[in-house]
Design a protein around this ligand. Sequence first.
Ligand code: GDG
Length: 742
Amino acid sequence: MSRFLIISNRLPVQINLSEDNIEVTPSVGGLATGMMSVSKSSDSLWIGWSGIDKEKLSDDQRKMVNHALKEENAVDVHLTQDEVELYYEGFSNKTIWPLFHYFNQFVIYEEEQWQAYQQVNQKFADVIAENMEGVDKIWIHDYHLLLLPQMVKKRFPDATIGFFLHIPFPSYELFRILPWRNEIIRGMLGADLLGFHTFDYERHFMSAVRRLLGYDININEINLPRRIVKVDNFPMGIDYDKFHNMALASQKRSVREKSEVRKELERYYLLYPETKFILSIDRLDYTKGIINRLLAFEYFLKEYPEYRDKVTLVLLAVPSRIGVEQYQQMKSEVDETVGRINGEFSSINRTPIWYFYRSMPFENLVDLYNYCEIALITPIRDGMNLVAKEYIASKTDGRGVLILSEMAGASKEMSEALIINPNNKAQIAQAIKKAIEMPLDEQIERNTVLQKRLKRYDIEKWATDFLSALDKVRQNEQKYLAKKLTEANKNRIIEELKESNNRIFFLDYDGTLTDFYDNPQHAKPDAELYSLLDQIAEDPNNRVVLISGRDRQTFEEWFGDKPYTLIVEHGVWIRSAGSDWEMIEQLDDTWKEKIRSSLEFYVDRTPGSFVEEKNYSLVWHYRKSDPELGLNRAIELKDELTSLVANLNLEILEGNKVIEIKNRGINKGRAAQKLLQLNPADKIIAIGDDWTDEFLFSALPPDAISIKVGMANTLAGYKVENYEEVRDLLKEIIDGEQGLTD
Ligand code: GDG
């Protein structure tokens, strides 16, 4: 049976240690719940750090922990105290966390912490390796393990790896600051599928990949030299029914069964029926905007004194990362600010802020969600923010108003909330006023839409969507592997070629026989390539046809004295060995003047780009330009030219970082067919990398051998990875043919 591994920094279990007893209980977190539903349908194992220092345990205790973890299908990655400090509190929470949340002022760059981060990621890879038997899928979670996908891929190239980032991925301008930015991106690219909460994080990641590593990106696929990595957004949901049903159950409880929190809220409400409770819940983290929230609340009390006696802010700050300095400082700042506001605005009977610095049992949390009329959630940055979703799910009668920061990923799906900028005190204060005054039917109307959405896209749907996307990536990989040129296929091709005495080789040039260069003139053939082509052409049973989008002059210069047939400009011109250039079809080039000025306008606005003029086409090259600007301009240019090219009977060919405008209907396939009509061959082999080579593949008879260079979809029968593999194949063909003649 196939197994499925879930990897996260912390295991989803709570371990309570006492002298002679160890209690391991599943944790109630969203991720754990979400995974529960998917793990039920497969044999899954969760790998992570248990949070306890096993070195401090006796042998018996250690055995008990291991046994208990086994019962929960969990395996512990043991971390030493030093590793916790350097990898967890250090690199994860003092470098990645602040940087990815745009708190650049808090980021520290410590080589020692970076080393520990690598080591611990490696430790995780080792534990994964020990548990790989029968595993077909691995899902890695979050910013503590950014290097892990690549480490696992290296050891298990056939494993299907998914990675999900629970925090934002920052804009490239920020990410580039990190000294180890390339290593981090490479680490992540070890995954086959990368998931983010929102499209913005996804596009920031893509931008970093494009700019730092220069890989080509095709909508949401990254073309690595050997693999395709799929990137997508999967906004994480919550266990909607769990919150909703718990809230319903809580309302039905008798007075005796009610939680203390609920009793207290109800008691207060009886005394002060006009009171509106404003709820604020987060881990005590600087990203959550707790200080801003308090200042905005203070501003509200000052600005709208008529509401002073009618609101209470319930502030629940859950202790978090207490070992990290900024968190300790923040705790003091929150304490002081709460004290100041309460000092200024309290009366004998009323305190404006009820402040709790602790975590609460799940039931109490839901009581707070269910009871409080308003939720004030104002993070400065937040990957998603599940509290906002949980609040809405717990509003059983549809009443309640959510005020939500536009900086939380959740705001992208919750536009029915009152969306605010967390740095705008006045706007937050107005939103509080609006929330207090909002008519009930409007509250219900907004919440009904939100609830419907949250119920539909819940945590289970999120997890299954991610996993089915991962399965799809795997299927695509298999499709690729199915076409991959294996040794057996190669031998068959060589045998087939041997059997013929009239063979034709259609070979594209750039990307097929050589690499790509920023300056196309640098792709000049080297000695090895000349020698290969010469050896093939030497055999009187072979005809070498170089078929390219290049211009006549360049090919003339490079191959003028060679016994090859040359087809250039995508099939406009042909030159057989020893003959003059001929046009394959009569064409007109008077249209060029009408197009040239548009292209020149784009050259002026896109540094690094240039126009190449061929006899019957004009080409705008942007390989040397900023990759994103180039891509945007290419889209604009195509748009601008659309009607012009239709009127002039031209077409736009989009190649690898080029836009080419040429006469309609001229392509490599048509040129190859014309050549074959005049010079029939009984064995055809065609190799190309670009989508313009697809015309060639589609025009050839079914028994032709066609080979695509690269990962993209193709009509060709086989795929190879790169031009080097093409050269190796040509060498083997030559050796095979010599075997025949010997
Ligand atoms: C990270 C990202 C992203 C809170 N207090 C108590 C309590 N909680 C539970 C909530 C909620 C969870 O903790 C907090 O989740 P958030 O999403 O709000 O924030 P982070 O912890 O920062 O999580 C975040 C998330 O990952 C998922 O991808 O949304 O952006 O930063 O579920 O209910 N639970 C209990 N008592 C408490 O006092 N029982």
